[in-house]
Design a protein around this ligand. Structure first.
Ligand code: MN
Length: 279
């Protein structure tokens, strides 16, 4: 897994900034300028939560709690959907959500637990070394499948015209970062939708924070659950474009499904994840 910042990291950074702001030291200002994403006067406007206006209850998607990891048993369980299966209608239908979460996502959780158990057996004397390749593939496929879907469920919400938080555009620091990285929200959205619509076979499209590029935002794609992705990046938005994600309602019209997905993106949650990842 990529690095896993928490909101506590962010608070620690902000606490440091608060101290520096009080001192008003020139040396301190120089230090602030080296912190990616916080060089634009953030020391003068200290938020008390990861993002001003964002729900403080937003959880990092790859935490053990979000991922359903039981540390005592060393196994994962399927976390419940964070809303009712019909919540995303009319954009994503109830039956698709029930099958996608209850059957497909459950299968990845089961496959991940199986891979972890089989890999543990390969550490025993006399194990068949030729099986490492197989179980590494199973591990990558199912671990990515589990993490991808946890992020996917949690980056969506009921559309705003149904009383939810889905759709519209991001605000605040995330909006600024998208403009800096893509030119405009419209340019980002067009690139993201085109990427999602053209992934070959089954896959995903992502909005990622690229740490090596000073936390610049990038659109990436992955084939299957896990191929073509890059280390050193952290996804903060993802859309599943496997046929099981949309075929019941959209059949082969993947671009229509991707356009509908944009109506249920919970930008306040994505903004909170951005603040956690891009510190
Ligand atoms: Mn899926």
């Amino acid at each position: 897994m990529n690095d896993q910042p928490t909101s506590m990291n962010r608070r620690e950074v902000l606490g440091t900034l608060g101290t520096l702001g009080t001192l008003g030291a020139v040396a301190g200002m120089a230090s602030i300028a080296t912190i990616p994403g916080l060089a634009n006067g953030a020391q003068n406007n200290l938020p008390t939560s990861p993002v001003p206006g964002a729900p403080s209850a937003v959880k990092w998607p790859f935490s053990p709690e979000s991922m359903g990891f039981d540390a005592a048993k060393g196994v994962f369980s399927l976390p419940p959907l964070p809303y009712a299966p019909e919540a995303l209608e009319p954009h994503i239908d109830k039956a698709t959500m029930e099958i996608h979460h209850g059957r497909h996502h459950q299968a990845y959780v089961n496959g991940l637990n199986k891979a972890l158990a089989e890999i543990a057996k390969l550490r025993e004397p006399g194990a068949d070394a030729a099986m490492h390749r197989h179980w590494m593939r199973e591990l990558a496929f199912n671990a990515a499948g589990h993490a991808n879907h946890v992020l996917f469920w949690n980056c969506m919400h009921a559309p705003k015209d149904k009383g939810g938080k889905g759709g519209g555009q991001p605000e605040g620091k995330l909006a600024e970062a998208i403009t800096q990285s893509f030119g405009s929200f419209e340019a980002f959205s067009a690139q993201f939708r085109s990427t999602a619509s053209t992934v070959e076979g089954n896959g995903w499209a992502w909005l990622v924070v690229n740490h090596a590029m000073g936390n610049r935002l990038m659109v990436m794609a992955s084939e299957r659950q896990q191929d073509l992705f890059a280390w050193g990046t952290t996804p903060i938005l993802g859309v599943d474009v496997w046929e099981h994600a949309y075929y019941l309602k959209y059949q082969n019209k993947r671009a229509d499904y991707v356009a509908a997905f944009m109506n249920v993106v919970n930008w306040s949650t994505v903004a909170a994840w951005h603040a956690m990842a891009a510190h």
